[in-house]
Design a protein around this ligand. Structure first.
Ligand SMILES: Cc1ncc(COP(=O)(O)O)c(C=O)c1O
Length: 399
């Protein structure tokens, strides 16, 4: 049977990681893979997470299944974190949450429940969007179409084009939105633009499917969830896929949640029962550890405070790196304006150089970013920013 299979070229980002690992040059810089790195280039376990894990190990008495919807305490702590503790949707009886294996599991579950409810749904995704959205949503059997999102000329959102594209969608169309820290561009909507988009979504009767993988890494916890909270307050139906991989540093523990808001209590119950059936057919029961840790962190006042502090330092480091890289590039490449990097949010930035220049950076200077010139700003360190800017200047012909 398997002789029929054609080999698949590995995912570009995985091939990039392998090339980086094989590079013996001590100056090498990894701006490819999307994980947070501290000033030592490491992706540490957060102290609040470590403390919650220790408490969990000491107090856990069973490894029995938690059930297909996951840990109830995690789900309600996530609802409060994502929507805010006093959001009216929490008491509306229209919100249902299912724990999922990471943001990816949540996205897949969201796609599956949409397809179950409306098999011919089309999901409209921003260009560009995170590459894995395509197999996650398309693999569930949904058709995908693009809408223009990024403006290479400004390094920001091309809101006029986005609005025009969304204005043309038929009622019931699904619009995939990144809540904050857009991956791969770092370009986010302003609060005014979100409000304008909300009116459009309302008027056209569209279904927003919001992906939030970086809450707390852009502006701060509440501001990063602005769009979700606004849409949840104003619309009959919203689907949100949330990841705890980055903001809790729990990547390999596969921790996330799908929040679904339906128009009535009965519709929400029906959706939940369908989500349980879908989850049973994919992963059956979610992994417990990461969710139990998040629950421990969010429900213990001291751990929560410590986590918020650690999250703030990650965010402050990224913001400082963005400012430093803009300064260094201004000095080394004065002919070109890179100030958009400081306006973007989260770990990623679309650097805006050609694939040939990206490859030259890799071959001559051991600097690794994806071919589309997405860079993980957190992969830089204060001590190599100068090296990076000089290398960019050389590659751009200003050196
Ligand atoms: C935009 C976006 N959505 C979702 C995810 C899901 O991540 P995970 O499944 O690791 O929680 C990521 C991770 O990189 C992401 O960048």
């Amino acid at each position: 049977m398997f002789e029929r299979l054609e080999p698949i070229t590995p995912d570009g980002i995985l091939a990039l990681l392998a090339a980086y690992r094989a590079d013996a040059d001590p100056r090498k810089v990894d701006l490819g893979i999307g994980v947070y790195r501290d000033e030592h280039g490491e992706t540490p376990i957060l102290e609040a997470v470590r403390a919650a894990e220790n408490a969990l190990h000491a107090g856990q008495t069973t490894k029995a299944y938690v059930g297909p919807t996951g840990l109830a305490g995690f789900n309600s702590a996530m609802e409060q974190l994502v929507f805010g503790a006093s959001h009216p949707v929490l008491a509306s009886g229209r919100l249902r949450t299912v724990q999922a294996p990471g943001g990816c599991g949540a996205l897949r579950l969201g796609a599956e429940i949409i397809r179950t409810a409306s098999p011919r749904s089309v999901v409209h995704v921003p260009t560009p969007t995170w590459a894995n959205h395509v197999p996650l949503l398309g693999g569930a059997g949904l058709a995908l179409e693009d809408y223009q999102y990024f403006d290479p000329a400004t390094g920001g959102v091309h809101f006029a084009a986005m609005r025009a594209a969304i204005e043309r969608l038929p009622a019931g169309a699904v619009v995939l939105l990144h809540a904050s820290c857009h991956n791969p561009t770092g370009a986010d909507l302003s609060t005014e633009q979100w409000r304008e988009l909300l009116e459009l979504v309302k008027r056209r009767s569209l279904l927003p499917f919001i992906d939030m993988a970086y809450q707390g890494l852009g502006e701060e916890l509440d501001a990063d969830a602005y769009a979700i909270r606004l849409f949840a307050a104003e619309l009959p139906e919203v689907v949100c896929a949330v990841s705890c991989s980055k903001n809790f540093g729990l990547y390999r523990e596969r921790t996330g949640a799908l929040h679904l808001i339906a128009s009535t209590h009965a519709a929400a119950d029906a959706a939940l029962s369908n989500m349980v059936k879908i989850a049973r057919g994919i992963w059956s029961m979610p992994p417990d550890h990461g969710a139990a840790v998040v629950h421990g962190v969010l429900t213990d006042a001291a751990l929560r405070k410590s986590w918020e502090g650690e999250l703030a330092s990650m965010r402050i480091r990224i913001t400082a790196l963005r400012a430093a890289v803009v300064r260094a590039l201004r000095e080394h490449c004065p002919q070109r304006d890179f100030s958009f990097i400081a306006r973007q949010r989260g770990m990623f930035s679309y650097f805006g150089i050609t694939t040939a220049q990206v490859r030259e950076l890799r071959a001559r200077h051991h600097i690794y970013m994806t071919d589309d010139s997405r860079m993980n700003v957190a992969g830089l360190r204060e001590e190599n920013i100068e090296y990076f800017a000089q290398a960019v200047a050389e590659v751009l012909g200003h050196g």
